[in-house]
Design a protein. Structure first.
Length: 285
């Protein structure tokens, strides 16, 4: 599933071509991932895209309507596991499983393709924005170290589970949680309350560094992800633990191990990331 760096890369690509463009026409294929297809077909034509931004793993298109029904609203998109958004000339070959075509006033099209249709699309109007997005936590690229430390120290949850909790940090996912914990030398089964101030600072800085580096390399293409130009990312070549079970740790040479933490596949180095002490029960690795 695309995480913060992938969504940020897509947004930055769309920001170069979409603001100021007007949607002329909407064509929909399968619509089971759209909350209200009729609203999409009714409201989007004639609307102008004012801005494109990221909110966690969501893409938010700020729209200005040409009608008086709702002067300003937002189009919300989530890429799910296999969603892709690209802009292209209308004569470009249509990929299979392309379900949304938005004709733009500059002659281009914005297309949404989703093989498994686990994505989401909906119109946010009449106060729905806060209800839908307001419960998410702070952005990892914006949260201060002080706030990060206070939240981590107050929680007895395993740190891997905490990093994946969208009510704590919006946008973090499995890839970058594993990579951040490895760089910070913290075992994913440690609980937030047991981390020292030094360890939390190390994790905070590692997280910020990993996310910034992943954005610079245009995300990780470990599955179907491509950016807004249809190009794959490169950060998967710089993964240190994610999906590297059975391979040697690039830092110490010990074999990377795999476990399930908080219901998610987790990768770690047993030497660089020392396991927490268990009370009479061995922690599975």
């Amino acid at each position: 599933m695309p995480e913060l760096p992938e969504v940020e890369t897509v947004v930055r690509g769309l920001q170069t071509v979409l603001p100021g463009r007007r949607i002329l026409n909407v064509q929909l294929g399968k619509t089971d991932f759209i909350d209200d297809p009729e609203a999409v077909q009714r409201m989007l034509p004639g609307s102008r895209i004012e801005a494109v931004r990221r909110h966690g793993k969501f893409l938010v298109f700020e729209m200005e309507s040409s009608s008086g029904e709702t002067p300003h609203y937002a189009l919300l998109m989530h890429l799910g596991m296999t969603g892709r958004i690209v802009t292209c000339p209308p004569e470009t070959r249509v990929d299979p499983h392309t379900h949304v075509f938005l004709a733009l006033d500059d002659g281009r099209e914005m297309r949404y393709t989703d093989v498994r249709r686990f994505g989401r699309m909906r119109i946010l109007a009449n106060g729905e924005r806060e209800k839908t997005l307001g419960t998410l936590g702070q952005d990892p690229l914006e949260v201060s170290e002080t706030n990060f430390r206070s939240i981590v120290r107050a929680r007895n949850a395993r740190i891997k589970a905490l990093l994946l909790d969208q009510h704590f940090l919006r946008g973090m996912g499995n890839i970058y949680a594993d990579e951040s914990l490895w760089r910070a030398r913290i075992h994913p089964m440690r609980t937030g309350a047991t981390l020292s101030d030094t360890e939390i600072t190390r994790l905070y800085r590692a997280m910020r560094h990993v996310l910034a580096e992943a954005i610079r390399f245009r995300g990780s293409s470990v599955s179907d992800y491509v950016d807004a130009q249809g190009e794959r990312g490169w950060f998967q070549q710089r993964h240190r633990v994610y999906q590297r079970q059975g391979k040697k740790c690039v830092r110490c040479g010990i074999i990377i191990r795999h476990a399930i933490v908080a219901g998610r596949s987790t990768h770690f180095c047993p030497r660089c990331q020392r396991a927490p002490r268990s009370r009479g029960r061995r922690i599975r690795r």
